[in-house]
Design a protein around this ligand. Structure first.
Ligand code: NI
Length: 390
């Protein structure tokens, strides 16, 4: 990792570490990243970008000049929001906001995007590069909001990455194919008619219907989806009733659907609807089903993945590039950009020597500080490679 030492002189290194720790101390939830956005604006103003603007509420976009600004720009995205979790890392710069925590490493993602802005200012790409600090990744809505703001119109390629403690600092996953799943949610309302618990024949009991439906929905993955295609149907909540001797009118179930290809994604939604409606009828109930689409599956196309791989190899050497191994079925709203713009999403190793592979969204999760520099250097270089190739 000797190139990293050259790229980040002590003053820049110190400024980025300080920025990351400041963001970590002051985490903010999706869509409420006011202080975070203000801090990032100040940090980006230091590189004197060609343009610096707020987008999508608490998003920030800086345009870094390339050698030829008439070329189509490329983009580097870092997400900036935190989670409603109480931090238990014991870090000296732990969250000062009770119940809110950077448990997904977006403090580091925001910081490495600022780091990339510095590197691309010092050594410009062929064309301009937009540094995109995106709010509300955790709700799956921020990327679409940035696209809707039209700030990325005309962007020819986009790159982003996520910290990952399954991999050591210095290791990078940069490959084509699926990297994250779609993340859709559903709500099923089973409508019956309530009554006395002692006289169930007078009622249409939605609780018995809900219990049967929970089991029936498990057959979607086990009996309907091709076993070679990854898929998840999870029920996350079941609510009904208020007293031991009262049969309620209704039961409500909510859950999440995950898939890595469009056909499987569609099948999951269709089957939830079909099974809920027909299972309800068996119990003399009516089902109302709503499905809320979240981010689509994240699938890296081959050419931009090749650019990202070349960039990672240039910064870290070929040995740094490692395979993803098992796909993580979590969602990532970077997928919304990839529906419109070619690009690549990477995983950046964030486990310090001797550390544990703590999962993201754990109250003990933190990325190793050194991952800031890996992410910044690899994303800046990916932007340069893409800008040359386009
Ligand atoms: Ni995340």
């Amino acid at each position: 990792m000797s190139r990293l030492a050259e790229l980040f002189p002590a003053a820049l290194r110190g400024a980025l570490v300080e920025l990351r720790r400041d963001l970590h101390r002051h985490p903010e939830l999706s869509g409420k990243e006011e202080r975070t956005a203000a801090a990032l604006e100040v940090a980006l103003a230091r590189v004197e970008p060609a343009r610096l603007e707020r987008v999508a509420g608490t998003g920030v976009v800086a345009r870094i000049r390339g050698r030829d600004s008439s070329r189509a720009p490329v983009a580097v995205r870092g997400d900036i929001d935190a989670l409603p979790i109480s931090e238990e890392t014991g870090l000296p710069f732990a969250s000062e906001h009770p119940g809110v925590m950077h448990a997904c490493g977006h403090d580091v993602h925001a910081t490495w995007a600022v780091g990339a802005a510095h590197l691309l200012t010092a050594c410009p790409a062929a064309g301009d590069v937009l540094i995109v600090l995106q709010p509300a990744e955790e709700t799956g809505r921020g990327a679409q909001a940035v696209l809707d703001s039209r700030a990325l119109d005309g962007v020819a390629a986009i790159f982003g990455a996520h910290v990952d403690r399954r991999f050591a600092v210095g290791q990078v996953v940069a490959q084509e194919g699926p990297l994250a799943a779609s993340a859709d949610s559903f709500e099923i309302r089973l409508l019956g008619s309530g009554g006395h618990g002692a006289r169930p024949h007078e009622a249409a009991d939605p609780i018995v219907g809900a219990a049967a439906l929970v089991g029936a929905l498990q057959t979607i993955v086990s009996r309907r989806v091709n076993p070679a295609a990854p898929a998840v149907v999870s029920i996350g909540s079941v609510h009904a009733g208020s007293a031991p001797n009262v049969l309620p009118d209704r039961a409500t179930l909510t859950g999440t659907l995950r898939a890595t290809d469009a056909d499987t994604r569609r099948l999951l939604g269709d089957e939830v609807r079909r099974i809920a409606e027909s299972s309800a009828a068996v119990y003399r109930l009516r089902a109302e089903v709503s499905i809320e689409l979240g981010p689509p599956p994240l699938v890296n196309p081959p050419e931009p993945a090749g650019w990202a791989r070349r960039a990672a190899a240039a910064v870290l050497g070929d040995a740094a590039i490692v395979p993803l191994g098992f796909l993580n079925m979590a969602g990532e709203d970077f997928a919304s950009y990839l529906e419109r713009i070619p690009g690549c999403f990477l995983r950046v190793g964030a486990r310090e020597p001797g550390g544990d592979p703590i999962p993201a969204h754990s109250s003990r999760f933190y990325p190793a500080e050194e991952s800031i520099f890996v992410g910044a250097a690899v994303l800046a270089e990916a932007a340069r490679v893409a800008s040359e190739e386009l």
